[in-house]
Design a protein around this ligand. Structure first.
Ligand code: FES
Length: 156
């Protein structure tokens, strides 16, 4: 993860100075570079682009691709949709919370893992479904979660 640098943020803002509606492009580049959009960054964007902070904040929270908090090295998304729920998805999620010692929406203090919930991952037939760093895992159970986390640890 890149460290917050006012100079670098200014450089990114300047790159888009000729864009008539630069807000989204600037935020996408900042998200991509830093991995998240802290409040100080949103304030800078608001001031430099002369866009109300409330609007910048709305954009940051509306689009799924933006995060206001640092993301972990590994992002685990657990499905909480109905099809996964009836197949035991809640136990999978609870197990992930216990193993990682965080709640959904949080990142571990060592910045290794972020746990997210998604309402449907579009793989209902193989639920409960979990996506780890973009890779789909179906028919999840608590023991499969243990195995998955062990595999990630070994590969790190
Ligand atoms: S409900 Fe879980 S993938 Fe659709």
């Amino acid at each position: 993860m890149n460290h917050f640098s006012i100079q670098n943020i200014r450089t990114i803002l300047n790159k888009h100075k000729d864009n008539k509606t630069p807000l989204l492009a600037v935020m996408e580049e900042l998200q991509s570079y830093y991995g998240y959009l802290p409040r100080e960054m949103l304030i800078m964007v608001s001031e430099r682009l002369d866009v109300p902070l409330s609007q910048v904040h709305s954009v940051a929270t509306f689009y799924h691709g933006f995060s206001l908090h640092p993301q972990g090295e590994h992002v685990i998304q657990a499905c909480t949709g109905t099809a996964c729920h009836v197949r035991g998805g809640i136990h999978v999620l609870d197990h992930l919370k216990t193993k990682l010692n965080i709640q959904a929406g949080e990142t571990t203090s060592d910045l290794e893992y972020t746990l997210e919930t998604i309402n449907c991952l579009g793989a209902c037939a193989v639920g409960p479904t979990v996506v780890t760093d973009g890779k789909y895992e179906g028919h999840m159970t608590t023991s499969k979660i243990d195995h998955l986390l062990e595999k990630i640890e070994q590969e790190s």
